[in-house]
Design a protein around this ligand. Structure first.
Ligand SMILES: NC(=O)C1=CN([C@@H]2O[C@H](COP(=O)(O)OP(=O)(O)OC[C@H]3O[C@@H](n4cnc5c(N)ncnc54)[C@H](OP(=O)(O)O)[C@@H]3O)[C@@H](O)[C@H]2O)C=CC1
Ligand SMILES: CC(C)(CO)C(=O)C(=O)O
Length: 338
């Protein structure tokens, strides 16, 4: 690894992770070791086949190194960054903390979470109290069509700031965020603005991710079809209003008209499938605990009523159980024989 490049471990090289790895490598300021799972055989053999609105067509692209398990940190060459781009499902083992622990060097490694959801920093603060943890709120429409084939359809926009850890220096956290932004955007192919107010950015995105995302997953309708089906006024928008109400009660004032902005974020003719819908269709676990459960639990703590979110949460929970059964994580008693 060149001494002038940051040593980056990227965990989860799927739709968003592959583009993050590409941004870092393209700028020349970071060397990426990507930890892959289901797409490891395809990518280690032939590289990624990337079609990207920002980077164009790259039929066989590879980061500096690809591996199929999280390496242990070395004393002489610790990871400067562990960039986490897995789907974050705290209800399914291994948890993110379990996964990255071997690679994190106490007080040195900066952990970057490019993941959706609320309160995702909490388990990391607990496990790594001396490590700075950065927040990446991504607006990108990227999909892995088949192992290693990445279709990236909306220009990448990553809002990057630090999760405020009261035990660490706010100044150092900001410096770490700016240093990562420099590495991530050095190629000039992506927008990566500094995000001063991480809670605002996360609650703003929840207006999409706690509402449209799970509702598309539950109904199997993409975010254009859900609008064409007439489900906005009676279902999606009232769910968005609940999120806006909880944010307000927590002191986060989202802009006027944010529900309509988020519902109509993507052009109709994109027929965008939000990430939870993609996961449901692939038979994968959904990130419902961080996207719906956490805002719901925050609402309950401060006494704000969110009846629609509660129903959405319970439906997601049932869907997750169905996936757990399909993957053999739960067993049901045998059916009676008549
Ligand atoms: N896709 C999008 O457009 C957007 C996604 N996001 C967020 O970005 C994050 C990443 O999403 P996305 O890239 O779409 O997800 P993907 O499912 O495409 O990629 C996640 C990757 O992480 C891998 N992974 C999961 N667990 C492990 C593990 N234990 N060890 C090694 N690899 C693992 C998966 O492997 P495997 O295939 O084996 O499961 C997969 O390759 C999520 O939080 C999502 O909500 C945010 C904005 C937009
Ligand atoms: C809507 C989108 C694609 C935003 O980029 C997203 O966050 C998701 O699908 O989870």
């Amino acid at each position: 690894m060149s001494a002038s490049k940051a040593n980056v471990l990227l965990v989860g090289g799927g739709a968003v992770g592959a583009i993050a790895a590409l941004n870092i490598e393209a700028g020349g300021l970071g060397a990426v070791t990507a930890v892959l799972r289901s797409n490891y055989p395809a990518v280690s053999q032939s590289g990624y086949n990337i079609e990207s609105v920002d980077h164009g067509k790259l039929p066989s692209w590879k980061p500096t190194k690809v591996v199929n398990s999280v390496p242990a940190a070395s004393e002489s060459e610790p990871y400067d960054y562990v960039v986490c781009v897995t789907k974050n499902c705290p209800d399914i083992k291994p948890t993110l903390v379990d996964l990255i622990t071997p690679a994190v060097t106490k007080g040195h490694t900066v952990i970057v979470l490019i993941q959706n959801g609320l309160n995702i920093e909490r388990p990391l603060f607990e496990a790594f109290p001396e490590n700075i943890c950065l927040s990446g709120v991504s607006m990108i429409d990227s999909h892995e069509e088949e192992p290693g084939h990445i279709l990236h359809e909306e220009a990448d926009l990553l809002h990057l700031g630090a999760f405020r850890n009261p035990n660490l220096s706010a100044e150092k956290e900001k410096e770490a965020a700016l240093a990562f932004i420099k590495i991530y955007s050095a190629a000039g192919k992506t927008k990566c603005p500094y995000n001063e107010d991480v809670p605002f950015a996360r609650w703003r995105k929840l207006v999409f991710n706690s509402c449209l995302n799970p509702i598309c997953a539950i109904t199997g309708l993409d975010d254009a079809r859900i609008r064409l089906a007439g489900a906005v006024e009676g279902l999606v928008k009232p769910a968005c209003e609940e999120i806006i109400k909880v944010a307000k009660a927590k002191g986060i004032e989202l802009p006027e008209g944010i529900a309509d902005t988020m519902i109509n974020l993507d052009p109709m003719d994109l027929y965008l499938k939000p990430s939870m819908q993609c996961d449901a269709e692939k038979g994968n676990y959904i990130e419902y605990e961080n996207l719906v459960g956490e805002p719901l639990r925050d609402a309950e703590k401060i006494g704000v009523s969110t009846p629609i979110l509660k129903v959405v949460y319970e439906l997601c929970k049932a869907m997750q159980w169905k996936t757990m059964e399909a993957k053999g994580l739960v067993k049901v008693p045998p059916k009676r024989i008549l």
